[in-house]
Ligand binder design. Structure first.
Ligand SMILES: NC(=O)c1ccc[n+]([C@@H]2O[C@H](COP(=O)([O-])OP(=O)(O)OC[C@H]3O[C@@H](n4cnc5c(N)ncnc54)[C@H](O)[C@@H]3O)[C@@H](O)[C@H]2O)c1
Length: 420
């Protein structure tokens, strides 16, 4: 592509950065993957992937191309394009941009004329120009838009989704100016089927937030209606299925035990942080968060009610949780509602076990709980809570299980199960 030794440097080799590095290598680009975690770099270099959507074989094949991993930030000075895909969590309920700032400093210390920097981490509108640009300019003494180029492109990766992949999901791109946008579009066109330009970095940052806020709000609405329908003795699942037959104007969302992962529970908080700077809360979003955050407690209350009806005392009862990941067929437990459900049940002296084919261990209240090795003896529990609708659980013959069953996912046809 240019005189640079590498076409692309990816900072942060997690759920977002690793697929990008591999897709770029598969599109014949010369790629350096940079991560501060030396274990991550060492394992990836040995073709051991920690990201479920990337198998060891896919990684091994990509490593045969022009791809390598390193913890040496000097490599960043050798790449024409640099993508930042580091975490943007909440710390003390506030947006924590310290990872983005640290990654940007590593770039700035190595920045060269002609380089193009793209932020992909999810964040609030204004981050690229208010945080990233000043760090790059102040440390490098180079000028954005003249000496180097800068933009933002939100990541839409959906772990576990085989239909909409990194390559066929349209990519939003933006630049701080025309030249930056041109360069950034050209780059993504090399590796992604469809690139969608927006006029500025703030708009692109907002696109990601609107997408996840939309999910947060609609999930909250159906969760609230599920609680109310239960009180009215209406089957919400039947209602949602029937409403779904409307071919226009309705998109179905399903009730569940809450929202998890590093997007839906977190991104709307980035949005409300920003709007509060101009003196306005995002009322819809904050209400939606409140409803979704209350779902784990609602599930616990329903379990208690179900056991009560069956004359089983919650205290000292044995409960098995099927699935603790925040979504189907992946092993990510970050912000999973299962964590709050387990915490609450432990406080009530319940004997908790879990089985998750994708998760070996879970840490709750600083204690580590290991997954059961097999799905057997399911009748040995007082109650089984289905928390995550993993495909593997469809192998279970729930009808022959004697324990009480609560399916918080509504994904299994079990005649003797309660649902949300
Ligand atoms: N996971 C998803 O499904 C998803 C989807 C869309 C957007 N996002 C967003 O993408 C960003 C990255 O998320 P992720 O899930 O890939 O995170 P992750 O935790 O899986 O990976 C991040 C990696 O960045 C590395 N890192 C941290 N600080 C660094 C630094 N200063 N220099 C170099 N490496 C550093 C970490 O060691 C880690 O390996 C976040 O902003 C997230 O909100 C995630």
């Amino acid at each position: 592509m240019s005189n640079f030794k590498q076409d692309l440097g990816v900072i942060g080799l997690g759920y977002v950065g690793l697929p990008l590095a591999i897709e770029a290598a598969n599109s014949s680009l010369k790629v350096a993957g940079y991560d501060i975690n030396e274990d991550v770099v060492s394992n990836l270099s040995k073709s051991q992937s920690h990201v479920e959507d990337i198998s060891d074989t896919v990684l091994e094949d990509a490593l045969k191309k022009e791809l390598f991993f390193t913890s040496d930030s000097k490599v960043l000075g050798e790449c024409e394009y640099i993508v930042i895909s580091v975490p943007t969590p909440l710390t003390d309920y506030q947006p924590d941009l310290s990872y983005v700032e640290a990654a940007t400093k590593s770039i700035a210390e190595n920045l060269k004329n002609g380089q193009v920097v793209i932020l992909e981490s999810t964040t609030y509108p204004g981050t690229t120009i208010e945080i990233v640009q000043p760090i790059l300019e102040n440390i490098s003494k180079l000028k954005a838009g003249e000496d180097f180029f800068l933009g933002y492109s939100p990541e839409r990766i959906d772990p576990g989704n085989n239909e909409w992949t990194f390559k066929n999901t349209p990519k939003i791109v933006s630049g701080i100016d025309k030249k930056s946008l041109e360069k950034i579009s050209k780059f993504y066109e090399l590796i992604i089927d469809q690139v969608v330009e927006v006029s500025g970095t703030r708009e692109a940052e907002m696109v990601k937030l609107i997408e996840n806020t939309y999910r947060q709000v609609n999930i909250a609405m159906v969760n609230e209606l599920a609680i109310l329908s239960n009180m009215l003795d209406i089957d919400i699942w039947e209602v949602v299925e029937a409403a779904k037959t409307k071919p226009f104007g309705f998109q179905s969302f399903r009730p569940g035990p809450g929202v998890g992962g590093h997007c839906i529970p977190i991104d709307p908080k980035y949005l409300s942080f920003k709007t509060r700077q101009v003196g306005q809360p995002v009322r819809f979003v904050e209400l939606a968060q409140e409803i979704n955050n209350s779902m784990p407690n609602y599930v616990v209350a329903r379990l208690s009610e179900l056991m009560n009806k069956n004359e089983i005392l919650l205290k000292n009862s044995k409960i098995l949780i099927l699935g603790v990941a925040y979504k189907k067929d992946i092993g990510d437990t970050r912000e999973s509602p299962a964590l709050d459900i387990i915490k609450s049940l432990l406080e009530k002296s319940v004997d908790i076990s879990f089985y998750d084919p994708h998760v070996d261990e879970l840490v709750v209240n600083k204690c580590s709980i290991s997954s059961e090795e097999k799905m057997e003896n399911l009748s040995n529990y007082d109650l089984i809570l289905i928390h995550t609708p993993h495909t593997k659980f469809h192998e279970i013959n729930f009808e022959s299980v004697n324990s009480l069953i609560f399916d918080s996912t509504g994904s299994f046809e079990i005649s003797n199960a309660e649902r949300i």
